[in-house]
Design a protein around this ligand. Structure first.
Ligand SMILES: Nc1nc2c(ncn2[C@@H]2O[C@@H]3COP(=O)(O)O[C@H]4[C@@H](O)[C@H](n5cnc6c(=O)[nH]c(N)nc65)O[C@@H]4COP(=O)(O)O[C@H]3[C@H]2O)c(=O)[nH]1
Length: 821
């Protein structure tokens, strides 16, 4: 792909040799015309020179003939003693000398050399030489007497010479004429060819040049247009997904706002943020993350209506504008489609990944709505959607705005409180399963604001984490908790751990371990007395670095616990690499542990996995005996919760620990001290008189009989007691008997479950039987004897089944036969 910079370079690169300008074209034309002109002049001058040379030669020949004739005339005048034209012998001698000079010119002169190439001329010149040699002595003795025979001899020599040279002159003149005619003809032919060819060729050349020029400018224009189009696209679109970017989005928003005002219709802005994208990007690499984003963009585009705009803000954030909205429900429909399409698995290469989306929606008001404000509001709503558990959408409300204001205010108050050290610490004891002793205390921050009253850490810790205020705050907690732990040690409470919550931001500080070492030293607290509770979130950004820090902490000697276990991404592969000592089951799983089979399964899974990794498990938020009993039954090692003790100030903790060092209630009494009869029967019916009647009927059978008038109580009894047989009414207000027994089957699969119903809902009965949830189905009114027998049979069945589990390692689920009493 072409970058903006590259495009700029391309545009400004001087590429003149490939793209001639008009000036170059003109220059080429001038050079071409000039060369044509010079060629023409050259031919003409050569022709002139040749003509000149030819003229000179003809002149020499005629001149020689003339000089021979002149000698002959002066000889005649001398011998005839011409009275008009008196001629002396000296004058004759002079004419003779002239002729001699001419002869020498023939012989030695450069100009005559071409003439001598003519054979006839050569012969004539030789004859001249011979004649001159013969004449010279004759001339010396010549008398002015026409009868001097020397006169006759000289004239006899001269006459043929004169004719010979004259004839030669004529011959050369003739041949020169022919030659010059030929030359003129040749020249004029060439000239006329050139006269036509030159303009034609130059015209053609010009045309070609012009055509090339045109083609190049057309190409240049085309490529410039394409590049400027590309530039405009790049400036307004996201390079990765090709969706409109922030700049174009702002344009479209303004347009939507104008249209809305004009058409008197509303429009919505939707802020889409992917859930769980960051870990994918971090663990699989950015190139992989980019592929996911491209696929998300593609899927979202498919959900858009023709007028909608989908833009990418950056990262995993997208904005959707829904113009001309008839009703807010239209936005809801799209939001649901976006959530639906995003939650489908993404197949990228050989990987299948799962992500979801959280959406915030804001609606334009009746008047003009500022586009930026709408985005901010949608963003706020999106954050709310994240808080609500992700994978959902939220509308922007005034309420949310108020919450934001409150957060800003909280941040200011928090800063003042940090500066004034306006916090205190409460400590919540933790108990051991075996002996009920206090094994540790969790330090919990308390902020009693002078005007705002008590502010929960659940409110201010997230704000402090966002603003970075958590670091000084967390250091204060560490210092105070270490100081108080030292005090407790000094008072003789040994073998207990001070557990301090450490936020991810603080933990990830590069000097965290060093600072902790200093704090421990200052407090003179042995590192073994301190435990740091960290959450799985510290592993998210850089797991290797986090593990390195944990190892450094272990080398320092402090203990490590994973807090809120099960709520994060709980990567088992990491868990086994972590140098930790304890796993804390989150309160959210404990809350419904006795009745929610999923929570129960998670808690049991955590305990079993931790034990395999030789880690201790502590359950937090234990609020009642049933939860405690359930967890205890499932081998949880330690407990913390209101059921045992609430968080308390240090002074109160000292009293509490001193009393609890010899534990009695609740741990001991609930645990080992309780004698559980072998056969326990649980009766569940919302009618008290039925419960009483059944109790009366069965009390002599030797069973421990537990009764509950609602499902919740029944679950609590099941958690606390070892129940083998359950007899439940079918028709109850909050939950049907078959539903209740189905849940019991998941929680306590080894129990034998019987329904006693006043009516027959065949479908629910057959379903329950088929799922293996019930052992027998009895109808009312019952037959006393038969009921007793069936209960006895159920206990016997349980015994057989549990012994089968012991031997074969699995549970016998009952025969599934429904018997109507
Ligand atoms: N409903 C119920 N609640 C119980 C029960 N037993 C204990 N709790 C509460 O559960 C929270 C346990 O702490 P957490 O899970 O670490 O959760 C803590 C922890 O994440 C954070 N936090 C508290 N103090 C600090 C601190 O010093 N530093 C950091 N970073 N976080 C802290 O604030 C959260 C809430 O603290 P708290 O309000 O003190 O709430 C405490 C405690 O008072 C119970 O049986 N039922």
């Amino acid at each position: 792909m072409l970058s903006l910079a590259q495009l700029g370079d391309e545009r400004h690169k001087p590429n003149w040799w490939r793209r001639p300008s008009s000036l170059q074209l003109l220059l080429a034309l001038m050079i071409f015309t000039a060369s044509l002109y010079f060629a023409y002049r050259n031919i003409e001058q050569t022709h002139n020179l040749a003509a000149l040379r030819m003229g000179q030669q003809i002149h020499t020949l005629f001149k020689t003939s003339e000089e021979v004739s002149s000698l002959s005339r002066s000889l005649r005048r001398y011998v005839l003693k011409d009275p008009v034209d008196k001629t002396t012998l000296e004058q004759v001698q002079l004419s003779f000398e002239l002729l001699v000079s001419r002869y020498q010119l023939f012989r030695e002169g450069e100009a005559n050399r071409p003439l001598l190439q003519n054979e006839h001329v050569q012969q004539a010149v030789e004859a001249l030489g011979d004649a001159l040699d013969a004449i010279e002595p004759l001339l010396a003795g010549l008398k002015a007497d026409p009868y001097d025979k020397r006169y006759g001899q000289i004239q006899g020599l001269l006459m043929p010479l004169q004719e010979q040279f004259f004839a030669l002159g004529k011959e050369i003149t003739l041949s020169a004429d022919v030659r010059s005619e030929q030359l003129i003809k040749q020249y004029s032919d060439t000239h006329s060819i050139w006269a036509i060819a030159a303009p034609v060729i130059s015209g053609l050349l010009l045309l070609i040049l012009f055509f090339l020029q045109l083609r190049r400018s057309a190409r240049l224009n085309q490529s410039l247009r394409a590049k400027s189009h590309k530039l405009a696209h790049l400036a307004s679109h996201d390079a990765l997904t090709a969706l409109p970017n922030r700049a174009l989005l702002s344009d479209r928003l303004s347009q939507a706002s104008r249209n809305a005002q004009f058409a008197n219709k509303g429009f919505a802005v939707m802020f889409v943020d992917l859930d769980g994208f960051k870990p994918i990007n971090d663990s699989m690499g950015h190139a992989f993350g980019d592929l996911v984003l491209v696929e998300v963009a593609h899927r979202l585009t498919q959900q858009m209506r023709p007028d909608d705009t989908l833009a990418r803000l950056g990262g995993d954030e997208f904005i959707i504008i829904l113009p001309n909205l008839d009703q807010p429900e239209d936005a809801v429909a799209l939001a649901e489609r976006v959530i639906g399409t995003t939650s489908r698995p993404f197949k990228i290469g050989s990987y299948e990944i799962h992500i979801t989306a959280s959406l915030g929606i804001s609606l334009s008001g009746p008047g003009a709505s500022s586009p930026e404000l709408l985005i901010q509001q949608a963003d706020l709503a999106m954050r709310q959607a994240k808080k609500q558990g992700r994978n959902n959408y939220q509308w922007y409300t005034q309420d949310l705005e108020q919450k934001v204001d409150e957060r800003v205010n909280l941040r200011i108050q928090l800063q003042r409180a940090i500066e004034n050290e306006a916090f205190t610490l409460n400590y919540q004891p933790q108990f051991d399963r075996q002996n009920g002793r206090v094994v540790g205390y969790e330090a919990l921050l308390r902020w009693q604001h002078a005007e705002l009253g008590f502010i929960s850490p659940l409110q201010f810790i997230p704000v402090a984490e966002n603003t970075g205020q958590i670091v000084p705050l967390s250091e204060w907690v560490l210092k105070t908790a270490c100081r108080d732990a030292r005090l407790l040690l000094d008072q003789g409470y040994k073998g207990t751990l001070m557990a301090v919550n450490i936020s991810g931001t603080h933990f990830q500080r590069s000097n965290f371990v060093e600072r902790l070492r200093v704090i421990l030293e200052q407090a003179q607290l042995p590192p073994e007395a301190l435990e740091l509770e960290i959450t799985e979130s510290v592993l998210l950004d850089n797991p290797d670095k986090a593990i390195e820090t944990m190892q450094a902490l272990k080398r320092l000697g402090v203990s490590l616990a994973i807090d809120d276990f099960g709520t994060g991404f709980s990567s088992l592969s990491y868990l086994k690499r972590l140098p930790i000592d304890r796993v804390k089951i989150d309160r959210s799983f404990v809350q419904d542990i006795i009745s929610d089979q999923n929570d129960a399964a998670i808690a049991k899974g955590i305990i079993s996995m931790a034990h395999h990794l030789k880690l201790k498990v502590i359950a937090e938020g234990v609020e009642n005996e049933a939860q405690f009993a359930f967890l205890k039954k499932n081998h949880c090692n330690e407990f913390q919760g209101y059921y045992f003790a609430k968080p308390m100030p240090l002074a109160q903790l000292e009293d509490f620990v001193s009393q609890r060092q010899t534990p009695k209630e609740p741990v001991e009494a609930l645990g080992n001290a309780q004698k559980i009869p072998e056969q326990t029967l649980l009766l569940l019916d919302d009618e008290e008189n039925v419960l009483r009647a059944l109790t009366r009927l069965l009390r002599r059978e030797g069973y421990q009989i537990l009764t509950a008038s609602n499902a919740q109580d029944a679950f609590a009894l099941l958690a606390k007691h070892d129940v083998q047989v359950i007899l439940s009414d079918q028709r109850m207000p909050e939950m049907s008997g078959t539903e209740f027994l189905s849940r019991v089957k998941e929680l306590y699969p080894e129990t034998i479950r019987i329904i006693l119903s006043g009516y027959t809902d065949l479908k629910s009965v057959t379903d329950a039987v088929n799922r293996g949830s019930i052992y027998k189905f009895l109808t009312r009114p019952w037959d006393d004897g038969q009921l007793r027998a069936i209960i006895a049979q159920a206990f016997q069945h349980h015994r057989l089944a549990t012994s089968a589990v012991d031997e074969n390692g699995r549970v016998d689920e009952g025969d599934g036969i429904a018997s109507i009493g």
